[in-house]
Design a protein around this ligand. Sequence first.
Ligand SMILES: *Cc1c(COP(=O)(O)O)cnc(C)c1O
Length: 415
Amino acid sequence: MSRDRDRDRDRDRDRADALDAADPLAPFRDRFLPAPGVVAYLDGNSLGRPPAVTAERLDAFVREEWAGRLIRGWTEPEAEGGWMRWPERVGDRIAAAALGAGPGSTVLADSTTVLLYKLVRAAVDLDASRREIVLDTDNFPTDRYVAEGIAAERGARLRWIETDPAAGITAGQVAAAVGPDTALVLLSHVAYRSGWIADAAAITAIAHDAGALVLWDLSHSVGSVELELDAWGVDLAVGCTYKYLNGGPGSPAFAYVRPGLHDRIRQPVQGWMGRHDPFEMGPGYTPAAGIRGIVSGTPPILAAVPLLAGLEMLEEAGIGAVRAKSRALTAYALDLVDAWLPGVELVSPRDPERRGGHLTIRRAGFRDVLDALWERGVIPDYREPDGIRIGLAPLSTSFREVHDGLEVLRELAGV
Ligand SMILES: *Cc1c(COP(=O)(O)O)cnc(C)c1O
């Protein structure tokens, strides 16, 4: 009996090792700083691991760029526009590597929450005859709270779509909710709990047919699934850079605005850095042309340094290969859950087309299991009620790590 079990165990491990051996992205994992005592990091979708070069880049930036250039850094080197142009330059790199968007449509600034505020406000103010924001009950809390605040502030209404927490928003639900009053459809592309991938192309078209704008929160998509913002005709988007882009805790967010809207929308936080000529320091505010108008205050340069190291890795790997590995990792994790954890409920899509980079599994009592997992060096996330969320960042996660983490869960869950 126990010999059989040992044989099964060896076979399972060999399978994980074989998947790693065949994985073209496997070498990227060694480029991250080690995490002592961590057996399996299953939360790279909440806070990505640091690339090893990040520590060196930060050190070099402080010594050479900050100390060496001092205030001249804002404008030098002149050809690149200095730090002053980082919002647009880093934005262009995110757009090219991860968003399927051309240059001049994306900026790095603020946090996702603040950018949501700016863009939702701008969308609601665009057409005074449209007073409704369509959103869903399972959207990320900050999105819901920001929308509630703006509705109160601007006399707008919220039209809530009830979504299935094990799946997510569908095109049919959106079609039934939009109408002549809709100013904006505000949704997450990949649901933060279930990992459901919304049909962004279809839903964007539905919003447009109703004369509304659409804003996609890409926080759980960017650097994990392929995006085609330009081709889908997306109006507005925001997202985090500290998740799959490995920008570090609290790294700045990005905003995308379709170029056709640049002259039409006006964001509410009129700061000097989004003015057409900040250094004129004159009276009155005229927004800068293009995407720069989304910027409000001094760009977060130091906080953007680690993101560049994360972006380089994504540029090198390519989002297509990242998505392919992401699918393989979630499929593998799902196999193990099915085989090892009977009675555990999957609250994520089984269909790989609709499944992003993470899975949530649920069983009564998982809250207590989570603490024990963390003690054993297995770090997933927890989502009420009773959900363990397994996030599998393709560049930093191996199949063996998934195996080892779920093996501990199997043991602790007592099955
Ligand atoms: C992580 C996340 C955020 C976080 O916003 P912050 O302003 O960085 O705290 C917002 N939206 C979604 C969908 C997220 O997953």
